[in-house]
Design a protein around this ligand. Structure first.
Ligand code: URA
Length: 190
């Protein structure tokens, strides 16, 4: 097990574990407070993220920041945000299973360092890998389940909300449920 997030990020920055390294501009390792009690997990970097080296900085990221702010969370303060894969899949296709397998060790190490009380999966890809392979976002969003001592919840991917704004009120409710769970199980988030 690695000592620190910086050490792990340094290792990831050189990674050639899968073919995504050939087309990336930057490894998008993660952002936020390594002492956070809440970890958000997305799918993988898009174009803006690949160019800037930070997760969720495009339009979807700006929407995510609004939902976070609505429940007094921010990447600068009290959460950490990572992705299933750290390098951009070409044309924003879904990450392939071999790419996820090659990359998942970094996420496992991030989880081991952060030791979050709550994990929020943004969208189907993360929820199916992390919560359950048959997870259906439309049916199970906002539901918490306890897995290995960590509360897990899946909600809509912000990019999906941009495509389908009708789900925005439901997404906001999920974040309000998240606030309740934080009040129940977290000690230093608020
Ligand atoms: N979508 C994701 O899943 N992750 C990002 O970092 C950006 C967009």
């Amino acid at each position: 097990m690695l000592q620190s997030m910086e050490e792990l990020e340094q290792l990831a920055s050189q990674c050639r574990n899968c073919k995504l390294c050939e087309t990336r501009n930057n490894v998008v390792f993660g952002v936020g407070n390594p002492q956070a009690e809440i970890l958000f997990i997305g799918e993988g970097p898009g174009e803006n993220e690949d160019l800037q080296g930070e997760p969720f900085v495009g339009r979807a990221g700006q929407l995510l920041d609004k939902y976070l702010a609505a429940v007094d969370l921010s990447r600068e303060k009290n959460i950490y945000i990572g992705n299933m894969v750290k390098c951009r899949p070409p044309k924003n296709r879904d990450p392939q299973p071999d790419e996820v397998s090659a990359c998942i060790g970094y996420l496992r190490n991030q989880v081991a360092i952060i030791r979050p009380k709550i994990i929020v999966c943004l969208g189907r890809i993360a929820a199916q890998y992390i919560i359950s392979p048959d997870f259906k976002v439309t049916r199970q969003h906002g539901e918490f389940s306890l897995k290995n001592g960590v509360w897990m919840m899946g909600t809509f991917h912000p990019a999906a909300l941009l495509r389908n704004p009708a789900n925005k009120p439901a997404a906001l409710e999920d974040f309000q449920k998240l606030r309740e769970k934080i009040n129940e199980v977290c000690t230093h988030t608020y």
